[in-house]
Design a protein around this ligand. Structure first.
Ligand code: ADP
Ligand code: 5GP
Length: 215
């Protein structure tokens, strides 16, 4: 993490969207659908020391790096936030976030609760969504069905899940991922509603007032 970091300036209608859940609750699945729906949103590809899972692609799913590289990145202030999660390190690139603000209409951060707290402190206009599994039994079943984690890893992720749920108060929205289509619709609707917030539209209103048109 980066204590005492300065906030990144809020821009016009840019939407920084934090999506957090216990591992296995479905945030990757929901964010994939969200990105298919909103082509002007881009996902923040995190840097991690975790080993790639089968099928994961370097640069698309994560930037996979060694512990030494990760440490060097911390030292040069490359992360907007970073955290140790389930025994591995994960971090959000500060440079990519600043770049997205200049060129895109939103960025999605799929990060853990520690990262969410850090990013909310640093990016005041960030919107936080917590994805809730319908039950612990279903969460464990999803982790097992995913078929990508060892029994030891699943046990560790299940143990951490309770602690993660306790932090739901950090977030602006909670989406219960029971039926995938319904949960996906809710997440999409959150983006739609957030984009219509008065203060995100303030510059458009001012343009109509002063120039006669928002375009
Ligand atoms: P996370 O990114 O939170 O760790 P994933 O998106 O990888 O979770 O989802 C974990 C597993 O659960 C995947 O196999 C995914 O296909 C499945 N899954 C996600 N959402 C649902 C749902 N609503 N119902 C049933 N299975 C789901
Ligand atoms: P996984 O190993 O299952 O891909 O991710 C484990 C956890 O690390 C998830 O809760 C995920 O959201 C979180 N995570 C992924 N990238 C980042 C990041 O850049 N920062 C933080 N703080 N957490 C991350």
């Amino acid at each position: 993490m980066t204590p005492g970091a300065t906030p990144v300036n809020a821009a016009d209608d840019f939407l920084p969207l934090i999506v957090t859940s216990p591992s296995g609750a479905g945030k990757t699945t929901l964010v994939r659908r969200l990105l298919a729906r909103y082509e002007d949103l881009v996902v923040s590809v995190s840097v991690t020391t975790r080993a790639p899972r089968p099928g994961e692609v370097d640069g698309r799913d994560y930037h996979f790096v060694s512990h030494d590289t990760f440490r060097a990145m911390i030292d040069r202030g490359a992360f907007a936030e970073w955290a140790e999660v389930h025994g591995n390190c994960y971090g959000t690139s500060l440079e990519k976030m600043v770049e997205a603000r200049a060129h895109r209409r939103g960025m999605v951060f799929v990060i853990d609760v520690q990262g969410a707290r850090m990013l909310k402190a640093r990016v005041p206009d960030a919107v936080g969504v917590f994805i809730l599994p319908p039950s612990f039994a279903e969460l464990e079943a999803r982790l097992r069905n995913r078929g990508t984690d060892s029994e030891e890893t699943i046990a560790r992720r299940m143990k951490n899940a309770r602690g993660e749920l306790a932090h739901y108060g950090l977030f602006d929205y909670v989406v219960v991922n029971d039926q995938l289509d319904a949960a996906s619709e809710e997440l999409n609707a959150i983006v739609l509603a957030e984009r219509a917030k008065r203060w995100r539209r303030a510059q458009a209103v001012e343009r109509v007032i002063h120039d006669g048109s928002a375009r």
